[in-house]
Design a protein around this ligand. Structure first.
Ligand SMILES: Cc1ncc(C[n+]2csc(CCOP(=O)(O)OP(=O)(O)O)c2C)c(N)n1
Ligand code: SF4
Length: 286
């Protein structure tokens, strides 16, 4: 009879801060799946872990960097991008990924977000869209689907949400994708593509928050939302982005895919060129 082998170590333990466990996330929350995908992407990227940096703001999603065993920064609510931009300008060789919640990134942090995309800073941005402010009690934000019941809209929201892929593509980002926590392989692949992009790469990841969103909106468990993603998602990399808004009430399919993948000079490229030009001109004038 083969001898029983007791496994005491998980293959990803080297990239997890196991001393921080147990984590804070609720059972069936999708954030842990995103973390697993990010760790896989780091391992497959060919870039050594010491060159990866992960930065977040504040929220349930923003706790993710605290559990990954690489250099990580848990900053202030909505301000992960200013930290990331500063780091990218000073240390352009680092592979910087911002992972944050939808509330953090585009509700309070919306202004930083649009300008970071416009200038095309070389940063990977993963937005975990659980449709709600999870950590603080289920208030609605800029990505909450119309008609959702929330703690601040008990009769249903009347605010139109952002169509994130359309918004980001319209600002010129060279990489724009949307996946869900159901699409783990596609999400790892999108993260790997994002790491290779020269400029701002954006991935929206739809993720269950059974505690603050699902319970009041017909997805009482995380599994209910995962089943919904499985049933309703349609992969269309060529989708017309004006049509990919999310409506969880009407039976409209959720369009997922790698929608934009193009080359474009990053802010660092433009700055380098400018410095070269000015240096040349200054030399001419002695
Ligand atoms: C300047 C500031 N405003 C408000 C808060 C309170 N706050 C902390 S987390 C959070 C919401 C986080 O929501 P989201 O980014 O969607 O992440 P989730 O918890 O859903 O993952 C808020 C409003 C804060 N910490 N700082
Ligand atoms: S409140 Fe929602 S987002 Fe936060 S840990 Fe719980 S399930 Fe996840």
């Amino acid at each position: 009879m083969p001898k029983e082998v007791l496994v005491t170590k998980h293959p990803d333990d080297d990239l997890i801060r196991t001393d921080r466990m147990p984590h804070i996330w609720c059972p069936c929350c999708g954030i842990g799946i995103v973390m697993k995908c990010y760790i896989k992407a780091i391992k497959r990227s060919g870039i050594p872990p010491e060159r990866h940096v992960v930065i977040s703001g504040i929220g349930c999603s923003s706790r993710l960097p605290g559990y990954v065993n690489i250099d990580s920064y848990h900053t202030t609510h909505g301000r992960a991008l200013p930290f990331a931009i500063g780091m990218n300008l000073v240390k352009p060789d680092l592979e910087i990924t911002v992972i944050a919640g939808d509330g953090d990134l585009v509700t309070i942090g919306g202004n930083h977000f649009i300008h970071a995309i416009r200038r095309n800073h070389d940063i990977n941005v993963v937005m975990i869209n659980n449709f709600i402010y999870g950590m603080t009690g289920g208030q609605h934000g800029a990505t909450t689907p119309l008609g959702s019941k929330t703690s601040t809209a008990p009769y249903g929201t009347i605010d139109n949400p952002f169509n994130m892929p359309l918004l980001v593509a319209s600002l010129g980002a060279p990489f724009v994708a949307r996946w869900t926590t159901f699409h783990v392989n596609q999400l790892v692949d999108a993260m790997l593509k994002a790491m290779k992009v020269n400029g701002l790469a954006f991935i929206e990841v739809l993720s269950p928050c059974p505690t603050q969103y699902g319970e009041d909106n017909d997805f009482p468990t995380g599994l209910d939302m995962m089943k919904y993603f499985k049933k309703m998602c349609v992969v269309n990399h060529e989708a017309d982005l004006t049509t990919v808004d999310i409506d969880l009430k009407s039976g409209k399919p959720i369009i997922v895919g790698n929608f934009v993948h193009k080359e474009k000079p990053s802010y660092n490229d433009m700055e380098r060129k400018l410095i070269e030009k000015i240096t040349k001109e200054m030399k001419q004038y002695g």
